[in-house]
Design a protein around this ligand. Structure first.
Ligand code: BMA
Length: 383
């Protein structure tokens, strides 16, 4: 050991100790926020932390359910069609579960979603879940940012009972996520995401940071302690509105209810002339990496992508260099919805077989730092 070395001169030893003491922020080791988290959940958290040194897991929303021009074909995935491998993270969405619908707001049947979740988990991948729940105060969609919505769901307020009923539905779904042996499947749950934006009812439009924190804390406490769910790693997931640590943490509900710090970001415009996406991405990663270090959390990119990928080498020439040297556990490309009649437009964030960016995505797949399902399985993230 260095300190025991007889060759070390006294002044060297002193300067070593001083450097150590002067270090302004001691890196904390990560600690899962739920003291009763299941073994697999704790292992996943620690492994997500560790793998950041090697690279990052690549994820995709709704990957197994549908892709561009196909739906519900067993074993199919746009990523697998191109690379022969599945994503390492599967994103799923619970919106509309709170109104007892059989299908989510993007028409994915909840019973199919449950089997896709089991399937991905049993192959060794990671599951993350978002929830665009309806506004409990107005009964309209998540995209109804009526001022006062968050206040209204707090204990003792007008819409609290509705909110609790919504959480009951979410809890029932989460409680039913079990592997073939009946053990709970660990889930990265990221409720109230893009919370720094003003478009969701839980966003910044007419809701104070204090109200947001109380709501977030109530929801986590309810799921964890009233519903006994101990398979959740909780994400605090902002939009891209922050410019420094204080802004990122303005609505942070506390270390005891958060495990993962992340943000959502989408590329637009011409990447050669419009470099804002890249500079923001790097700035935001620097900030969440610092927050993760100081709070003992894991950093990640909650959602990312360039709709329709209009630049054939975007993954290897633009995205990948921007992520180089950064320290985060995973990123999640948003969904390959394909053609959407209501918008009369297509939406997808990873290419598909035959798309002009396919070859570039395959190259991105082979980079050492991008980890897909086979590599995730080899890492044994739950052990
Ligand atoms: C958005 C779009 C919508 C979708 C929503 C929730 O970004 O993909 O089509 O309904 O997410 O998944």
């Amino acid at each position: 050991m260095l300190l025991a070395s007889t060759n070390m001169k006294k002044h060297q030893l002193l300067s070593f100790i001083l450097t150590f003491l002067a270090c302004p922020v001691m890196a904390q080791t990560v600690q899962v926020s739920d003291k009763q988290a299941t073994k697999e959940t704790v292992n996943l958290f620690n492994n997500l932390d560790k793998l950041r040194a090697k690279g990052y897991l690549v994820g995709h929303q709704d990957d197994l359910a549908y892709g561009v021009n196909w739906k519900y074909k067993a074993g199919r995935s746009d990523i697998k069609d191109m690379t022969g491998d599945n994503p390492a993270v599967y994103g799923w969405e619970l919106g509309n579960i709170e109104v007892d619908s059989d299908v989510n707001l993007d028409t994915v049947p909840f019973n199919k979603m449950k089997s896709y979740i089991r399937e991905g988990y049993e192959r060794g991948a990671v599951i993350t879940i978002s929830w665009h729940g309806d506004n409990p105060m107005t009964g309209k969609s998540a995209w109804d940012p009526a001022p006062g919505s968050v206040f209204s769901v707090l204990p003792g307020q007008k819409s609290h009972a509705v909110f609790v009923k919504q959480l009951d539905k979410v809890a029932a779904f989460l409680a039913d996520l079990k592997d073939s042996q009946g053990n709970p499947i660990p889930i990265l749950f990221r409720p109230f995401h893009e919370l720094t934006g003003n478009w969701f009812w839980w966003g910044t439009n007419g809701n104070t940071p204090g109200e947001f924190k109380m709501m977030f804390r109530f929801a986590v406490d309810y799921l964890r302690n009233k519903k006994n769910l101990h398979n959740l790693l909780i994400g605090y997931n902002t939009g891209g509105e922050f410019k420094n640590k204080d802004e990122f943490l303005q609505r942070y509900p506390g270390d005891d209810v958060v495990d993962i710090v992340s943000f959502d970001t989408y590329a637009k415009g011409n990447p050669e002339t419009d470099t804002g996406f890249i500079s923001d991405l790097k700035l935001h990663l620097n900030i969440i990496e610092q927050v993760a270090k100081e709070h003992g959390k894991v950093s990640a990119i909650g959602e990312i992508g360039f709709n329709q990928i209009p630049y054939g080498t975007w993954f290897t020439k633009i995205l990948s260099p921007a992520l180089q040297g950064h320290n985060f556990a995973y990123l999640l490309f948003w969904r390959n919805a394909g053609y959407k009649a209501n918008d009369n437009a297509s939406e997808y964030y990873v290419p598909y077989k035959g798309h002009p960016a396919e070859a570039d995505f395959v190259k991105y797949y082979t980079l050492p730092q991008t980890l897909f399902e086979k590599e995730a399985a080899a890492l044994q993230l739950y052990k």
